[in-house]
Design a protein around this ligand. Structure first.
Ligand SMILES: CC(C)=CCC/C(C)=C/CC/C(C)=C/CC/C(C)=C/[C@@H]1[C@@H](COP(=O)(O)OP(=O)(O)O)[C@]1(C)CC/C=C(\C)CC/C=C(\C)CCC=C(C)C
Ligand SMILES: [Mn+2]
Length: 412
């Protein structure tokens, strides 16, 4: 049975020194079975206070853009994002020494607190089970430590997305996102605000997860607030990195690279990034009509123009030959990113391969469904039926049994 979760954060702020466990003891949570739940209370993020700057920000795509003295970019989004990939890979290598293996450290046992920590993870599992049933099923084959860590990350991502897409989205300002980012810093500094943050705090203390992709996802949400058109694919790529490529970068340290893998850490991170981009491009292609009804067109404007199309065609929702040709090209591009991602899945630790293959295979099938709908993504939502999922899952499982490549390869 799915449990809709409403989380109300206590007015007592952990930045005042209240620990995770203290706020749990104060019982600042309750459940609500209403369909319109809110995964994040706006209470704290709308209230103001706290640091307003991004102190301590290390390298990010945003800082790379801002750092250009003339204000002109000399690199493409893809080059800038690849720089983040290299830095993430280097960071994880440095933290783990020379080996590629990502060891899972045991929980730090805090006397009297362990029960509630596991309760926090259970809540994360419930949120996952409600929002992403198939993905949640896939995580069942992971080791328990990795599974609950992925749940905690999933929940943070879902809450972040909910800020700009959820029922309170109209109240969310850039300043509110700054405060959400401050709260993220607190999570990484071991001062979580609520129970769900507590699970993430524990996760990031046990796995070599870096804060940068999390910050970058918030940057993607800022972008969503200020922008509703994308001039070209370069701009769209950056958005896709922020809101989805980051998920890949957050997940690799949890999934782990197989100890026997000969692939470079960079190449695995690059594949993870590609999976995020592929998923987001697919999301965008599936949701063209829905997004247009909210005044948003994520498709590259220059490519629309080259195809003889404009926003008006999208708002009118006309499935013409021009539209079909345009969509074929977009689907082809998304499939290329899925292909790029495939190269890396095999290199992941054996128990983590199934959920990733499952999500890759199932998400890619949405593209087939858009085709089956004769490219009508204005009024028909492409979805993969239960029976198709049931056929695809054993295929994903079979793929997950393939061991890592024996040769040194997978250079970018
Ligand atoms: C080497 C290799 C291939 C490793 C695998 C790395 C990996 C696990 C990559 C996961 C990629 C992934 C699932 C990306 C999510 C992309 C996505 C759909 C992002 C959505 C953004 C906003 O879009 P939009 O608002 O248009 O969409 P909705 O209409 O709201 O749906 C997101 C909603 C951002 C938030 C993302 C999530 C909630 C998903 C987070 C998922 C995880 C942490 C679990 C990832 C693990 C697996 C096994 C898939
Ligand atoms: Mn969303």
């Amino acid at each position: 049975m799915s449990v809709a979760l409403l989380w109300v954060v206590s007015p007592c702020d952990v930045s005042n020194g209240t620990s995770f466990m203290e706020s749990v003891r104060e019982g600042n949570r309750f459940f609500d079975s209403s369909r319109h739940r809110n995964l994040v209370s706006n209470e704290r993020i709308n209230r103001g206070g706290g640091k307003q700057t991004n102190n301590g920000r290390k390298f990010s795509v945003r800082s790379a853009i801002l750092a250009t003295p003339s204000g002109e970019r000399t690199m493409t989004s893809e080059q800038m994002v690849y720089d983040v990939v290299l830095r993430q890979a280097a960071l994880v290598k440095r933290q783990l020494g020379s080996t590629n293996e990502l060891e899972v450290k045991p929980d730090i046992p805090i006397p009297g607190n362990l029960g509630s920590l596991s309760e926090a993870y259970d809540r994360c599992g419930e949120v996952c089970a409600e929002y992403a049933k198939t993905f949640n099923l896939g995580t069942m084959l992971m080791t328990p430590e990795r599974r609950r860590a992925i749940w905690a990350i999933y929940v943070w991502c879902r809450r972040t997305d909910e800020l700009v897409d959820g029922p309170n989205a109209s109240y969310i300002t850039p300043a509110a996102l700054d405060r959400w980012e401050n709260r993220l810093e607190d999570v990484f500094n071991g001062r979580p605000f609520d129970m769900l943050d507590g699970a993430l705090s524990d996760t990031v203390s046990n796995f070599p997860v870096d804060i940068q992709p999390f910050r970058d996802m918030i940057e993607g949400m800022r972008m969503d607030l200020r922008k509703s058109r994308y001039k070209n694919f370069d701009e769209l790529y950056l958005y896709c990195y922020y809101v989805a490529g980051t998920v890949g970068l957050m997940s690799v340290p949890i999934m782990g690279i197989a100890p026997e893998s000969k692939a470079t850490t960079e190449s695995v991170y690059n594949a993870a990034l590609a999976l995020g981009i592929a998923n987001q491009l697919t999301n965008i292609l599936r949701d063209v009509g829905e997004d247009a009804r909210r005044g948003r067109v994520y498709l590259p404007q220059d490519e629309l123009a080259q195809a003889g199309l404009s926003d008006e065609d999208i708002f009118a929702g006309r499935v013409t030959d021009k539209w079909r040709i345009f969509m074929k090209k977009q689907i082809h591009r998304a499939r290329k990113f899925f292909g790029e991602a495939e190269k890396g899945v095999t290199e992941l630790s054996s128990a983590s391969r199934f959920p990733v293959w499952a999500s890759l295979v199932l998400y890619r099938k949405i593209l087939d469904e858009i085709e089956a709908n004769d490219y009508n993504n204005f009024t028909k939502r492409a979805y993969v039926s239960k029976s198709k999922k049931l056929i695809a899952l054993p295929i994903a499982y079979a793929k997950s049994l393939v061991p890592p490549t024996k040769t040194v390869s997978l250079q970018r």
